[in-house]
Design a binder for this molecule. Structure first.
Ligand code: SF4
Ligand code: SF4
Length: 403
């Protein structure tokens, strides 16, 4: 007679999966002692009744249990939970590793497959031709990076291809010109930094992208790279040239670089700009890389501009909801963190919500437009600086862009 060895509600541990998760997460979830502070901190608890049970996911990572309900794809990698974890568990790193396992077991949301194919074929998550990468610069005289360039201006995929974000790319080019910076770009040769693939759990592909880009940058003589997006900046700072760079690797976010130019007296403002603004800290600049002051220093250097803080700012700032690959997934109405952030911005009485990240702009602008309430413009710090300098960010006519 056959004996039943597992009651119907027993949880069966899968040794092979357990070992696989241990390898993928590098044992990072092991110190978790299940206090639940992460679950209590996660912004998903503010927008959905169930929230996101981060604690349970960490337990599953420890035990090697499959998770098939898709919860792991909700994480925006905002790191709010990590800031509260008493055991220092790198929770978002574990989430990304769990996504890596989810690809292997085909538990992946619809749409991400097509996105990854777009990246393989076109080298960017927008699935746009590489030959159109520098279309944002049409009508501007943007120099190619060369031996006399002080910096490589790295525009990134989103500001290269998205029409709204191209205004930020154009603003920065105008600011560099106004400050007399000898900058250059790689034009259509500019590669994707690999951030979207990294956060979607495509570690093997990202290793190839990073290795190829390191070769390209080293051969071109790139030392100081100024990234428009905090997501690219985070990649360059934390995943590139980890074994050293022949001539010194200096990745900067543009806000850091503008603060340096202001401190050196190279970027000055003659005309006042009367504007009441509040600043949203992007997770990938603030919590993940500790860069809170540079964007504020830039804003404070503009005469006439008043900066007011939201109730939650700096390390406490609420995530916009667009990080960790969430930009590429649908978020149901009523579950958007950005709606809450926009309400916080409106509560300050500011007329403009400024930030320093294209992903944040996309999420916050949608919420500001669709949510009703007092008018609130959402713009990038680079656009504010360009306005203060009288630099135009307008795109040329469609005919000119298409040439
Ligand atoms: S806060 Fe840290 S220790 Fe506590 S449950 Fe979450 S991961 Fe585990
Ligand atoms: S990183 Fe952010 S979204 Fe992800 S689990 Fe932590 S608090 Fe939640």
């Amino acid at each position: 007679m056959a004996l039943s060895v597992a009651p119907a509600d027993a949880v069966l541990l899968d040794d092979a999966l357990s070992e696989e998760l241990l390898r993928l997460t590098d044992g990072a979830a092991a110190p978790c002692f299940q206090c639940g502070a992460c679950t209590a901190t996660c912004p998903w608890g503010l927008v959905s009744g169930e929230g996101l049970s981060v604690r349970k996911l960490m337990r599953r990572a420890q035990l090697g249990l499959a998770h098939e309900n898709g919860a792991v794809w909700l994480c925006t990698t905002c790191a709010a939970c990590e800031a509260r974890c008493p055991r220092g568990v790198p929770i978002s790193r574990v989430m990304v590793a769990l996504r890596q396992a989810a690809w292997q077991h085909r538990h992946v949301p619809a749409g991400l497959n097509a996105l990854m194919w777009g990246m393989y074929w076109d080298g960017n998550p927008w699935g746009r031709p590489p030959s159109q990468r520098s279309i944002w610069a049409r009508g501007l005289e943007v120099p190619a990076f060369g031996p006399t360039s002080e910096i490589l201006y790295y525009v990134g995929c989103t500001a290269s291809y998205d029409q709204r974000m191209q205004k930020i790319a154009r603003a920065l080019a105008g600011i560099f010109r106004a400050a007399g910076v000898e900058y250059g770009t790689l034009g259509d040769r500019e590669p994707c930094c690999g951030e979207a693939a990294h956060n979607l759990g495509q570690a093997g592909y990202v290793r190839q992208v990073v290795a190829a880009n390191e070769r390209l940058f080293a051969e071109a003589g790139v030392g100081t790279i100024v990234a428009l997006s905090p997501h690219c900046y985070d990649m360059f700072r934390n995943r590139y040239f980890l074994d050293g760079h022949p001539g010194g690797w200096r990745p900067l976010h543009y806000s850091e670089y503008l603060a340096e130019l202001i401190a050196a007296g190279r970027l000055t403002f003659e005309q006042p700009l009367a504007m009441r603004v509040t600043y949203h800290d992007p997770c990938y600049l603030g919590r993940r890389n500790g860069l809170y002051e540079a964007p504020r220093e830039v804003l404070r250097a503009i005469p006439g501009l008043e900066l007011v803080e939201m109730e939650e700012s700096r390390a406490e700032a609420l995530c916009c909801g667009g990080g960790g690959g969430r930009m590429w997934q649908e978020t149901a109405a009523g579950q958007r963190f950005a709606d809450l952030r926009v309400a916080q911005a409106r509560a300050t009485g500011a007329e403009v919500l400024v930030t320093t990240c294209p992903h944040c702009i996309a999420c916050l602008e949608d919420s500001a437009k669709l949510g009703g309430g007092a008018p609130l413009r959402v713009v990038d710090v680079a656009e504010v600086v360009a306005a203060a300098l009288g630099v135009s960010t307008a795109r040329p006519a469609a005919r000119e862009m298409a040439r």
